[in-house]
Design a binder for this molecule. Structure first.
Ligand code: ARG
Length: 561
């Protein structure tokens, strides 16, 4: 049991307040010397008709526990000072017995589809899609750790008018060999060229529209090209997913819902929700909102209608308890519409749909845009990151075995970690040199700290020493600071999963790494005295938790680097 819960239990034995309430009231004393937790007695003053200081005195006088070295009233507060030795011993015991399962908990259960990544066919995957991929993946791992069954869905952008343009572009400037060689790069080139040419020759737009119409009508040539573009693009995307170590449970993209929209439109009509507005079919969103478009005036359906069909399909398929959409901030309004329309249709499960938004990645403060060709090729970003990592390894540890694998884990891990360490709704700038540094708030710093812990354990083994839980206890401040962070891990996971916020875990990993490095700088670990095995237990526990925190973020933790 963690020490905060112990404080709650102790206070609960003395006062007439529910435990949840006590838990909320407990504070950290402003001055660390006053103790680790403080219970303020103000709330009780009214009901007990006594002044808070008096109440604090009474509570403190009645409490005693070997888990705390002092329980004292200071003014209106009851202050609790943790028994360092006890916390350290307990934390090490829990981590070393539960190992990678430390922090597992049962906060919920049931299927949770996570709509994530979802890039658009025939375009390079953008940094935004990278964000969605790594944030979604980390949320999936974290939800699994607290009892849910995540289902990772790649809602590919594999349909829409842009495919008419692409087919038309391919017919003009395309070449089969080039597409086979480098699909995304070349398809994208045609697409960009189409937009350039269309400015000079507007009739191209009509041609694009005509091809899309053919595609919708099932014209064999159009369908064949579309299918081919989809296949080669997906193959390219999968290469990036493999680099990132991310797998999906479903690739049912927008096209899958082509034949599932009409029933939704019919249902909306039946329920009296659909009405006409300037030739289009819309659903009212309430007085001050503009209506949500369901069918365009030219009869074609749209993004929202597909998402309605997809949501209903997923409910029928997975009977989910929650569903998440990890999609950029700029689509916030779309998801408000989605939820509102579903609610109007009478689907109360729409309350369990969460848009999990995130901010933009900028470069030198500027937004990246696909259409203008001003785009970062993710492949290249990852390759550059791995090269930078390899360069640093060559300097620091030239003799390292399986250098390639480590360079990959460090380079790719650096990009992923950088993406996850800020609150997800914040925009951030991407500067590769910054991202792959071994010092500072980076993924490589956390990985390096873990590798350092592993190296201590290897050296210890050579001395015939190993981590043990029953050796003489330690209680110094450096150990306490590390152990306290270790003891926090389960709460950190709970908070991260509750807020769908991987940055909680990333920040925690940085904090634990910093505390461990202070410990490492101040404590001689490999001195063969009676506490050596306890110190090694602390080193091993740190490595277990750092490794697990990184795993939840989708980052590998090499044992040596
Ligand atoms: N393909 C879309 C884009 O790139 C993202 C799709 C998000 N998922 C969804 N169900 N709408 O903007």
């Amino acid at each position: 049991m963690d020490f905060k819960s112990k404080v709650v239990d102790l206070v609960a034995s003395q006062v007439d307040l529910p435990k949840e309430k006590i838990n909320q009231l407990i504070e950290r004393p402003k001055n660390e010397k006053m103790g680790d937790y403080a219970f303020p007695a103000f709330t009780l003053a009214k009901v007990m008709h006594k002044n808070p200081a008096e109440i604090a005195q009474e509570i403190a006088a009645n409490l005693e526990s070997s888990d705390f070295t002092s329980i004292q009233a200071v003014g209106p507060y009851v202050n609790f000072a943790i028994n360092h030795e006890k916390l350290i011993t307990q934390a090490l015991h829990e981590v070393l017995t539960e190992k990678q399962h430390y922090g597992d908990q049962k906060l919920g259960q049931g299927n949770v589809p996570i709509d994530m990544s979802s890039p658009n066919i025939a375009k390079p995957m953008s940094m935004g899609h990278l964000r969605s991929t790594v944030i979604g993946n980390s949320i999936a791992e974290t939800l699994k750790k607290v009892g849910y069954t995540p289902i990772k869905i790649n809602h590919l952008g594999d349909y829409g008018t842009q495919f008419g343009k692409l087919i038309s572009a391919y017919k003009h400037w395309g070449n089969e060999e080039d597409v086979k060689k480098d699909p995304i790069m070349n398809l994208f080139k045609y697409y960009v060229k189409f937009h350039e040419e269309a400015e000079k020759h507007p009739e191209l737009e009509d041609e694009g529209r005509a091809w899309f119409k053919k595609l919708e009508d099932g014209d064999p040539e159009a369908v064949k090209l579309w299918q081919w573009f989809r296949d080669v693009s997906l193959k390219d995307f999968k290469r990036i997913y493999k680099e990132l170590g991310v797998e999906f449970d479903s690739y049912k993209g927008e096209a899958f819902f082509n034949d599932k929209m009409q029933p939704v439109i019919d249902e909306l009509k039946e329920k009296g929700l659909l009405h006409e507005s300037r030739g289009a079919q819309v659903v009212d969103m309430g007085e001050d909102e503009s209506p949500a478009m369901i069918v365009k005036s030219d009869g074609s359906s749209i993004y929202l209608t597909r998402d309605l069909a997809a949501a209903i399909y997923r409910m029928n398929t997975y009977h989910f308890v929650k569903m998440l959409y990890v999609v950029g901030n700029e689509q916030a309004h779309h998801f408000v519409e989605l939820k509102t329309v579903l609610k109007k249709m009478g689907y109360d499960w729409a309350d369990e749909i969460y848009h999990v938004p995130f901010g933009l990645i900028t470069q030198n403060g500027k937004k990246l845009s696909t259409r203008k060709g001003n785009v970062v090729f993710l492949d290249q970003v990852l390759k550059d990151a791995v090269n930078l990592a390899r360069k640093q390894i060559d300097e620091k540890n030239p003799a390292l075995a399986n250098k390639e694998q480590v360079a990959h884990d460090v380079g790719v891990g650096a990009v992923v970690f950088h993406d996850l360490k800020n609150d997800r709704v914040e925009n951030f700038d991407f500067d590769l040199d910054e991202v792959v540094r071994f010092e500072g708030d980076t993924g490589p710093y956390v990985q390096y700290t873990n590798a350092r812990a592993q190296s201590v354990l290897r050296k210890a083994a050579k001395l015939g020493q190993e981590p043990k839980l029953d050796a003489a206890p330690v209680k110094d401040d450096w150990s306490f600071s590390v152990a306290k962070a270790l003891a926090d891990f389960p709460r950190i996971i709970a908070r991260s999963s509750d807020k769908f916020e991987p940055s909680v875990i990333a920040k925690y990993a940085l904090d634990l790494a910093k505390k461990f490095n202070k410990y490492y700088a101040n404590v001689k670990i490999l001195v063969e005295d009676e506490q050596i095995n306890t110190r090694l237990a602390l080193v091993q526990a740190t490595s277990i938790v750092l490794t697990e925190a990184l795993r939840l973020l989708g980052v590998n933790a090499p044992k040596e680097m």
